[in-house]
Design a binder for this molecule. Structure first.
Ligand code: HEC
Ligand code: HEC
Length: 218
């Protein structure tokens, strides 16, 4: 944990030093040798992704640091909403709020399209197969005893998501767990109609860990 925090501080400092203005000037050069270059989102989005977002999220949205969410393949509608929520303060993050406020207005939809178009890397095999199996059962069927709805009803088969409900497959377990706990405790409140708070409030920490382990393995 301590190590993750100091990595976070180091990367935040790095980001503050990264000048944003020359990015558009570099746009014509972007994609020349980019590893995850795609026309979607445009050259400018690729350059911002590479210089600003990449150190934490991975240039192609597939990073290995458990506390930084993977973004590859997450629907553009959801990414756009989250970036706007960080900007307005509806979703709180000391890291993301200053990052987003440094972006230009048209960067948000372009970055969302860019990360949505990246190919998700394979998930991390679950260390505890039994825990992951319990997570899959909860995802598919919910818990009728305590009233936890089946996640699949919204987030779709295998966590793939759609335009209304985000992809949750392949996400780092530590990040998913942190978000579910934040919804449960009412610390994350940007879900429309309290939908995720209502789900997470009914879950035990064990159930949260189980479903996070399963989703990470996909
Ligand atoms: C210093 C590291 C860092 C940088 C740089 C950074 N992020 Fe983040 N990002 C985070 C962390 C940490 C979170 C989780 C914050 C939270 O708990 O809400 C996050 C969350 C997000 C989310 C929400 C993901 C989800 O699944 O809900 C999006 C979208 C996002 N970042 C996009 C970006 C984009 C686009 C950039 C570049 C313009 C960027 N980030 C730059 C660390 C970073
Ligand atoms: C009624 C529909 C619905 C159900 C059922 C539901 N979710 Fe969600 N979930 C949402 C919506 C909508 C969001 C996006 C909230 C926002 O805009 O920030 C979300 C967001 C999330 C996030 C945050 C993703 C991120 O990248 O930060 C996680 C994790 C999640 N859901 C997991 C689950 C799990 C696990 C279950 C089952 C136990 C579940 N959800 C059941 C609608 C639902």
């Amino acid at each position: 944990m301590k190590k993750a925090r100091s990595t976070l501080r180091a990367v935040t400092a790095f980001t503050r030093l990264t000048p944003l203005t020359p990015i558009s000037a570099l746009a014509t050069l972007a994609c020349a040798a980019g590893i995850a270059c795609t026309a979607v989102g445009g050259a400018q989005a690729h350059e911002v992704a590479k210089t600003v977002c990449g150190p934490c999220h991975g240039v192609d949205g597939n990073n290995a640091v458990p506390l930084f969410p993977r973004l590859a393949g997450i629907q553009a509608e959801y990414i756009t909403k989250q970036l706007q929520d960080y900007l307005s303060g509806k979703r709180k993050s000391e890291v993301m709020a200053p990052t987003v406020s440094n972006l230009k207005a048209d960067d948000i939809p372009q970055l969302a399209a860019y990360f949505a178009a990246q190919k998700p890397a394979a998930g991390t095999p679950a260390e505890d197969a039994q825990l992951a199996a319990a997570g899959k059962a909860l995802y598919d069927d919910g818990n009728t005893g305590s009233g936890v709805p089946a996640c699949v009803g919204c987030h779709q088969e295998g966590g793939a998501g759609n335009a209304r409900y985000p992809r949750v497959a392949g996400q780092h377990a530590a990040y998913t767990t942190a978000q579910m706990l934040a919804f449960k405790k009412g610390e994350r409140t940007n879900d429309r109609a309290r939908v995720m708070r209502a789900v997470a409030e009914r879950m035990t920490e064990q159930e949260i860990q189980a479903v996070s382990a399963w989703l990470a393995s996909l």
